[in-house]
Design a protein around this ligand. Sequence first.
Ligand SMILES: Cc1cc2nc3c(=O)[nH]c(=O)nc-3n(C[C@H](O)[C@H](O)[C@H](O)COP(=O)(O)OP(=O)(O)OC[C@H]3O[C@@H](n4cnc5c(N)ncnc54)[C@H](O)[C@@H]3O)c2cc1C
Length: 511
Amino acid sequence: MTQSKNPRIAVIGGGISGLSAANYCREQCPNAEITIFEKRNRLGGVLHTEIVNGLEIEQSIDNFITTIPYGLDLCRRLGLESKLVTTTPRNRQTFILWKNRLHKLPDGFMMMAPTKWWPMAVTRLLTPMGKIRAAMEYFIPAKKDDSDESMESFAVRRLGREVFERLIEPLVSGVYAADMKRLSLLATLPRFREMEKKHGSLIRAMRSNCAEAKKKARAEKKSADRTSSAKTEGKTSETSQSGPRYNLFVTLKGGLRQIVNEIENRLDPALIHCGTQVVSLQTGENGKWRVCWKKVEESESNAQSAAVPQSIQSEEFDGVILATESHSMIPLLESASLSRAARHLAGIEHTGTVILTAAFRRDDIGHPLDGMGTVVPAIEKNPVLAISFSNEKYPHRAPEGIVLLRIFSGGSRNPEVVSMSEEEIKALLIKSITPCLKIQGEPILTAVSRWPNTMPQLHFGHLERIDELRKEMASCPTLAIAGNFLSGVGMPYCIQTGEEAARKILGNFGK
Ligand SMILES: Cc1cc2nc3c(=O)[nH]c(=O)nc-3n(C[C@H](O)[C@H](O)[C@H](O)COP(=O)(O)OP(=O)(O)OC[C@H]3O[C@@H](n4cnc5c(N)ncnc54)[C@H](O)[C@@H]3O)c2cc1C
């Protein structure tokens, strides 16, 4: 074990993965000197909020899932718990865009499987044959072996092509922006294979899970009722949401960027180097790492902007956490003589995504927007992947009378959109949503957020690749990796990998 009084730790990449690693090091080892190198001119990576004229614009992450505890837990440790808000209860339904009209997703349909018969029986999204095929899922035998398969193959095998094309494909694409023919079931949604294995059928599994969840909710409600009757009057509904009763998704009032700000405020500002690109990583004296970097000037906030070359500087560290996108890690691992690890990363493809945020006067939208948003099946041939009704989900995001929409595009379905000009993106996406939302006026505000090459594609073979990578990295106790390609793309998974990386590095210093 390396003994160092004030271990010097470098975190390369200042997105949420790197920041949660830095924050964990600070919490567990207050005397550590933590230096962050970030290529952009601000911390946060893709996580960024802007507040313009009272409109809260999330430029990428909209909210995060609470069933993976790392996001909630970090917010609590950063003192942000009172700002956590759940989706508004009145509008929790999702729509599917079908033949230019929004149809309600059948109630109880959970990503890959129905939990209720009646909504499936009456939906106009499916033909009678499609419904019969879906109902047959109950009797379709489970896959015998444990091998991986694509999301498309799994969904079509279990529920039929129609349910796949009209319900599952748009729901999954709205999250992963991926090619369903190549997306790995085991790397993306392994719980559905487990359900098939355990219960023989997804429908049976979902029904059994729902029954258990209802039982648990009843027990929780009883205990909550007992607690609230013991509490004083005047407690706000927001604070009463604390504890285990969060909905599936939460966000922060005031923007998710507050997570970045809170971490930044707790770190030594002299050791935060934004606009700094690490170019190589070399083994230094006494098992230390020599980090070599150059200053870069960004012409705009996106990472793929033109960089002006500068002279290379370097410094030694006791431990290094690599938390960049996986493709940016490859040259750094190669320079550290870890070519085998770099080769595993080279197999991970990325897509880019675009979000157009558009605010309209409510009177200019003919649709009631009585839901969280809509997803769009690939067979609709619309460049939009999904539309989130941002202030229907979280009303604090816009003043009364205004509608705030987040329109997603790009991904493996429409990769060309990411490289279009802002004007082209606005024109294309507004035109594409006008008929289904019955838009009659011009937007009063628009903002384009472009995220090229940021979404790792968890294709076939991803889990094996990550296993091999982890084995390679285990032989380097003072070098750790974190990021959205390791456990999952969602923010809580990124935080998990950041904290795990920090634990690995701190282990060298007896922490
Ligand atoms: C449009 C969009 C919407 C999303 N919505 C959600 C959502 O609603 N909920 C959710 O949970 N997740 C969501 N995600 C996923 C989640 O936002 C990301 O997976 C997560 O933020 C990635 O964080 P990260 O730190 O791993 O990577 P990044 O945020 O990409 O950070 C990596 C950082 O490393 C820096 N870097 C790269 N190379 C170098 C170098 N050589 N030297 C120095 N710095 C370098 C980059 O500039 C970048 O800032 C969304 C993602 C996108 C793109």
